[in-house]
Design a protein around this ligand. Sequence first.
Ligand code: 6MZ
Length: 344
Amino acid sequence: MNIPSNRDFCKSLPKIELHAHLNGSLSEKTLTELGSSPDDVAEYQRLQRTPPEGRNLSDCFKIFGFAHKATATPEAVYLATKNVIREFYDDNVIYLELRTTPREEVGIMTAESYVEAVVKAIQDNTYDILVKLILSINRQHSPELSKNNLDVILKLKEKYPNIIRGIDLSGDPHKGNFEDLKILFETARKNGLRTTLHCGEVKNDEEVSQILEFRPDRIGHAPFLHPNYGGCSKNWNLLRMLKIPTEICLTSNIISGTTKSYELHHIKEWIKHDLPFSLNTDDKGVFHTDLSQEFERALKYLHIKNEQILEISSNSVNHSFATQEEKNKLQEKLKEWVYTNCNF
Ligand code: 6MZ
């Protein structure tokens, strides 16, 4: 029998991506196509390739500036979205939940025209990859700006209910707090949006507790949640009880320094306690990765078996914000692939 290498297995596997920020996912090729100067692209590359010891979470946030500079018009946002979708498709991702923060560029683009450009690129997609949109509230923004963005999000959710599926809390975890923004997420939920919140990217037991008590559909990252990783037992026990699926981004955590190493990644506790999670890229441009490599690293460093990778993919479909009918189709695709490619 011909046993495929981990690389071939992970590349060919139909994959589900649930945590990808649009402007963190731009490749150097896209930045260049969007007219970024050679100096900016070189600096982006330099930052991307700085070893983790020389970088922290705040440094990573600086890199988004390069992408934002390049996507400052609706045309650029449209092209960026198209390219990102195609690159995920090239990596055999069959379902992509892209997330992005509505952004205004004074005199050039409103938050609404920004989101319209992203939606148009999703509507125009002709590749065999199903794409949904999650809109982000940036914790760094003032509550007034976030409220305005929520108004735009709700308006466009009504217009594109099958594309805009959820709302996310993201941004620099050192800034802002969930409690001030909770009301916005409650309103979003009442209006039919699914919720996913970045959680515990820095040690902040009080906020982690507030986020878990809110009972979002999913949480992101959670490196400082388990007591052995700087969190507290109360929150860990709550997560174990609620079983909220966690979006895990291995390379992002290593490079941004929130996790020491792949071998010691906090996901080990999720696996040990059989808690639900998905594997994701976060910012494939900023962290110089793709979903196949994330799966490969899980096989290599976490001693996960190929069968478990299939289980993670199938569970990710269940955690997604797709409709039940879409989930059924995705599960069928996975099963078909297993039938033709695996003999376990
Ligand atoms: C928190 C993150 C993030 O929205 O302009 N973002 N927020 N933690 C992370 N992990 C490292 N990675 C990305 O994409 C870029 C924005 O996504 C959020 C930040 O707010 C960043 O500015 P969009 O498409």
